[in-house]
Design a protein around this ligand. Structure first.
Ligand SMILES: O=C(CO)[C@@H](O)[C@H](O)COP(=O)(O)O
Length: 242
């Protein structure tokens, strides 16, 4: 199929709730919806690996009332699980109302097909995330396999916390993924802002996670619009296929 006939996945802006006021999560979520957010990005960080820099945690399954609360808003809850044992979280997150469940490629190689199957059969979309040091070749089998993921998340910072600088050297990964998988949802997360979005859009990303740039803005709706417009512009020129 030529690239002219390709139906590209829709742009989705997913504000990272990590930058929100947790004491007012429901109203923060509603505000983001009113500002034009498509999804809400929820980070769950827990003992990612023995040597991991991720020592924080934010939303634990036992606190899934957070998710239930936000679910009342009918938002698409885009859940990014930086945990060593994602399989243990599938049911709690499905029950709590998560819409998608993204696990890390670095931790679960042996159990990938089972994990994807259980995520999907519990009614959630499945995603796989890669840290900056992980080559994309590692996840090709997950996109091409029988039980394939719906989304790939290319981390553009080391996972851990909001407000870090965008890593432009991750863009070749995004471009290669877009070239290979024109219909795939490709998410980028970390340092996305009006000043960096054009690089991500030009590489072919269509799902944009942004925390500090949105929550810290005077005009969050305006920032969401800038992010979306950049993706739409890149998609209409299909610049990432050049
Ligand atoms: O997962 C993470 C960090 O580990 C992100 O979702 C951050 O929350 C993004 O924050 P900004 O870089 O956009 O401030």
């Amino acid at each position: 199929m030529g690239h002219d006939a390709v139906a590209l996945p829709t742009p989705k802006i997913s504000p990272s709730m990590l930058s929100s006021d947790f004491a007012n999560l429901a109203s923060e979520a509603k505000f983001m919806e009113d500002c034009g957010a498509d999804w809400l990005h929820m980070d769950i960080m827990l003992f990612y690996s023995e040597n991991s820099k991720v020592k924080r945690f934010n939303i634990l399954p036992r606190e899934s009332k957070f998710l239930k609360l936000v679910r009342l808003l009918k938002a698409f809850l885009d859940c990014h699980l930086m945990v060593t044992n994602p399989a243990d979280y599938v049911m709690p997150f499905a029950k709590a109302g998560a819409s998608s469940f993204t696990f890390h490629a670095e931790v679960t190689k042996d159990s990938w097909p089972e994990l994807i199957k259980s995520i999907k059969s519990s009614g959630m979309q499945a995603g796989v995330a890669i840290k900056p040091g992980t080559p994309i070749e590692d996840i090709f089998p997950l996109v091409e396999g029988e039980d394939s993921v719906d989304m790939v998340l290319v981390m553009t910072v080391e996972p851990g916390f909001g407000g870090q600088s965008f890593m432009p050297d991750m863009m070749p990964k995004v471009k290669e993924l877009r070239r290979r998988y024109p219909n795939l949802d490709i998410q980028v997360d970390g340092g996305l802002a009006p000043s960096t979005i054009d690089q991500a859009a030009a590489a072919g990303a269509n799902v944009i996670v942004a925390g500090s740039a949105v929550f810290g803005a005077k005009d969050p709706a305006g920032v969401i619009k800038i992010l979306r417009n950049s993706i739409e512009r890149a998609q209409s020129s299909k610049i990432f296929f050049q």
